[in-house]
Write a protein that binds this ligand. Structure first.
Ligand SMILES: Nc1ncnc2c1ncn2[C@@H]1O[C@H](COP(=O)(O)OP(=O)(O)OP(=O)(O)O)[C@@H](O)[C@H]1O
Length: 117
């Protein structure tokens, strides 16, 4: 029955992860923008009948941006738990995390232009 406990633990960690995504989607405006961009990119992919390597590039960018935004959201929550007072360290941490999202988003726009235009 050890494998059953292992499976239960696995499903529990999936549930936590989905809860994190649901929370971020409901509270983070930028993630909802990424969700719309993802639907547009996947829709365009089907309409244009893009090649397998183009799907790989598009889906990699989708994962990159969603991952960066989710980590950015996690960091924002932690920062706000530390302090909501003006603090230069918090500002740098939040700005750097936002910068990571921006880099991923810019690269994704370039990849989308290469694949779809
Ligand atoms: N406690 C703080 N001390 C100093 N600067 C802060 C603090 N909290 C936020 N900031 C500044 O405000 C910016 C926006 O922070 P905020 O927590 O409002 O994120 P947000 O607007 O939800 O960002 P995002 O659009 O990336 O989700 C930060 O990048 C940082 O420059």
């Amino acid at each position: 029955m050890e494998w059953l406990m292992w499976l239960k633990g696995l499903f529990r960690s999936f549930r936590y992860a989905f809860a994190g995504i649901a929370w971020a989607l409901s509270s983070q405006r930028n993630l909802r923008i990424h969700a719309v961009a993802t639907l547009v990119a996947v829709g365009l992919g089907f309409v244009q009948g893009i090649a397998a390597w183009e799907w790989c590039a598009v889906l990699f960018c989708v994962a990159l941006v969603w991952g960066a935004e989710l980590l950015n959201s996690a960091l924002e929550v932690l920062c706000d738990r530390v302090t909501t007072q003006e603090d230069p360290h918090i500002r740098r941490a939040k700005d750097a995390a936002a910068g990571a999202v921006l880099v991923c988003a810019i690269i994704s726009v370039v990849v989308a232009a290469i694949v779809f235009l």
